[in-house]
Design a protein around this ligand. Structure first.
Ligand SMILES: Cc1ncc(COP(=O)(O)O)c(C=O)c1O
Length: 391
């Protein structure tokens, strides 16, 4: 008798990234205008890199506290308090080695195998696959398009949130649609979850990338009591262009804090000290806010260029949304997103993410990250037009 050296069934059943499938199809091609990943084409601002370099030069190469450097936790609590007009204690902040690690740690803290987790979709695949890795059952609740906008049917969501549901995961502004929640809907959801003891995980990593003229998208923290079953996930990746640094944070109820260090210890133990020092500069140096505002301004221009280009084709539907950094659209007469994404990259050198990477609700859609220079966007639109002319 022989035993096969394979992974456990839960891991085998996880979905692999369809974005990677398309990126792999482009291997060996040099001329690809790629917009498939969710990151800016500009490196991290200089002053953040310099702060990390100084920390390295000083020899800050040791483990830190599981929850992060005290001064960084303090700076995060001050920043969130300022941004949302709340009073948040640094004792509720845990620094994590990326936003995706924060998501996983949040799941490990409260989910047990067999628990039911509701996820509002379409959604970045990592958010829905993490709970499945823990053995939870994931129930998908799709957004709908109403009057040309991504919309959450709040009454239907509340109906879905029966007392046997353990966990609700929301991501707004949303990847991939850009859907942003209203403050009233957030309040209603939080009140419902509170009544039934449902844990609420709010992924707010795109909170600064909002185009309605405000400083930040509405946050669940504005309605919360400190003892609510609410966990917020955030990241340095998007607002400060720090994707490669791998640094995020969790905001948690005080009652969980004695146990959080254990879970971080068994995942990563801590985030690197010099990376945390870079992030500290992002939050405490005056140039941090300037960098966020400059990013927002350039995203606004890039977004306008892309939406104009897509509209001019006359064959593309792009529902409206207020946040994040993606256009999520579909092309009339082309329902197979994987086939279109493959053809675009292999025959026209345009790299987009297939919508089905974000779940079955994304079948037929494509995601374009517009955190790119306007001339690159214009080049991408030209390639798309060449595809449309021939197909
Ligand atoms: C919705 C959402 N949450 C979390 C993350 C995680 O970001 P990171 O792991 O780079 O901090 C991403 C990254 O794309 C995202 O789109």
């Amino acid at each position: 008798m022989s035993f096969s050296p394979t992974v456990r069934p839960t891991v085998a059943a996880l979905t692999s990234s369809r974005i990677r499938d398309i990126a792999n199809a482009a291997m060996g091609k040099n001329d690809v205008a790629a917009f498939w990943f969710g990151e800016s084409d500009e490196p991290t601002p200089d002053f953040i890199r310099e702060a990390a370099q100084t920390a390295l030069t000083e020899g800050q190469t040791f483990y830190t506290h599981n929850l992060g450097l005290p001064e960084l936790r303090e700076a995060i609590a001050d920043y969130e308090s300022r941004l949302h007009g709340v009073s948040l204690s640094s004792s509720r902040i845990a620094v994590t080695g990326s936003g995706v690690s924060a998501l996983m740690i949040a799941g490990q803290l409260v989910l047990s195998p067999g628990d039911k987790a509701v996820v509002v979709t379409p959604i970045w695949p990592n958010i829905a696959e993490g709970p499945r890795l823990i053995g939870a059952e994931v129930i998908r609740h799709p957004l709908t398009i109403r009057n040309g906008r991504w919309t959450l049917d709040i009454d239907r969501l509340i109906e879905t949130l029966t007392p046997d549901i353990a966990f609700l995961i929301l991501n707004a502004p949303n990847n991939p649609t850009g859907f942003t929640m209203t403050s009233e809907d957030q309040k209603a959801i939080l009140e419902h979850c509170r009544k039934h003891g449902i844990w609420l995980l709010s992924d707010e990593v795109y909170e600064r990338l909002i185009f309605d003229g405000t400083d930040a998208a509405p946050s669940m923290i504005r309605h919360a009591e400190p003892e609510d079953r609410l966990i917020l996930v955030n990241s340095f990746s998007k607002a400060w262009r720090m994707t490669g640094w791998r640094l995020g944070w969790l905001t948690l109820p005080e009652a969980m804090m004695p146990d959080v260090p254990k879970v971080i210890e068994y995942n990563t133990s801590c985030a690197p000290a010099f990376v945390q020092k870079g992030a500290l500069a992002a939050l405490t140096d005056r140039r941090g806010e300037d960098a966020v505002n400059a990013l927002k301004a350039s995203l606004g221009t890039a977004r306008a260029t892309l939406l104009e280009g897509l509209a001019a084709t006359g064959r593309i539907e792009v529902p409206d949304a207020d946040g994040a950094m993606y256009a999520f659209f579909r092309i009339d007469g082309h329902p197979n997103d994987m086939a279109v994404a493959k053809a675009l990259v292999t025959d026209y050198g345009l790299g987009l993410a297939p919508g089905s990477a974000f779940g079955p609700e994304g079948d037929g859609w494509l995601r374009w990250c517009y955190a790119a220079k306007p001339e690159r966007i214009a080049e991408g639109v030209e390639r798309l037009n060449r595809f449309l002319a021939a197909n």
